[in-house]
Design a protein around this ligand. Structure first.
Ligand SMILES: C[S@@+](CC[C@H](N)C(=O)[O-])C[C@H]1O[C@@H](n2cnc3c(N)ncnc32)[C@H](O)[C@@H]1O
Length: 219
């Protein structure tokens, strides 16, 4: 992972965010809401702006920060996003109505493992962004990758979990269990027959999984 100096340097030269986004960053910090790290979201936005997805599914809205950043960076893109925490969902709804980009974001309240019908109505998706309960990534992937378009991509955040996946020993039991699950997910993903995956060591680690057998590979 990158060292703090480099992270600070990148943060110091990234483009300015709107007052609303700054307010959200502040709210997240004050209320311990885990939103994507600045360098991580910048990298994701860069890749998404090359991919130019028409529709994105996000699992894990929190207060709507990453959804709004994606909507702002991709002016024609529709985003469907899911959150199960009522308070965070309420905050997200408020923030989304305050942004000119909020009308392209469908925020759904509920557990992502139970919302397939509703999610399907807004699909299919060119990109799926998984940023929710770390122990359930494989379930999210299995459930929603069926709604991807042919050249669709799944982006999974937190796959390096602050670098803990590379540690031999993790003291805290709850964290140790999560690390175990994420490592299992990473290995499962890397060996997936239908997807080609690369892991970027930016932010908290982002896995990029592209369907195999696309035109570019057959050429
Ligand atoms: C890391 S935060 C999302 C941050 C957001 N993507 C951002 O960067 O602005 C993860 C969120 O996923 C939600 N979540 C976790 N498991 C979920 C599930 N099964 N269904 C819906 N939401 C879930 C949590 O309540 C939490 O608010």
């Amino acid at each position: 992972m990158m060292n703090e100096k480099v992270i600070n340097y990148i943060e110091s030269i990234t483009r300015k965010r709107s007052p609303l986004l700054k307010e959200m960053e502040h709210f997240a910090e004050e209320n311990n809401v885990p939103i994507m790290e600045l360098v991580g979201i910048e990298a994701l936005l860069g890749i998404l702006s090359i991919q130019q997805p028409s529709r994105i599914l996000e699992i894990g809205t929190a207060i709507g920060y990453s959804a709004l950043r994606m909507a702002e960076a991709l002016p024609g893109t529709e985003i469907t996003t899911i959150e199960r925490d009522e308070e965070r969902f309420g905050a997200a709804k408020d923030y989304l109505t305050r942004s000119e980009h909020g009308s392209r974001i469908h925020a759904l309240f509920g557990d992502a493992l139970e919302l397939q019908e509703e999610v399907k109505k807004h699909g299919p998706y060119d990109a799926i962004f998984i940023d929710a309960a770390k122990g359930q990534y494989q379930k999210f992937f299995d459930l929603y990758s069926t709604m991807l378009t042919k050249d669709g991509v799944v982006y999974s955040d937190n796959v390096l979990f602050k670098g803990l996946v590379a540690e031999e020993e993790v003291e805290q039991k709850r964290i140790r269990n999560l690390v175990k699950k994420l490592k299992k997910y990473n290995e499962w993903l890397m060996n997936h027959e239908e997807y080609e995956t690369s892991i970027l060591p930016v932010g908290d680690g982002i896995a990029i999984s592209r369907k195999r057998g696309n035109k570019s590979e057959q050429a």
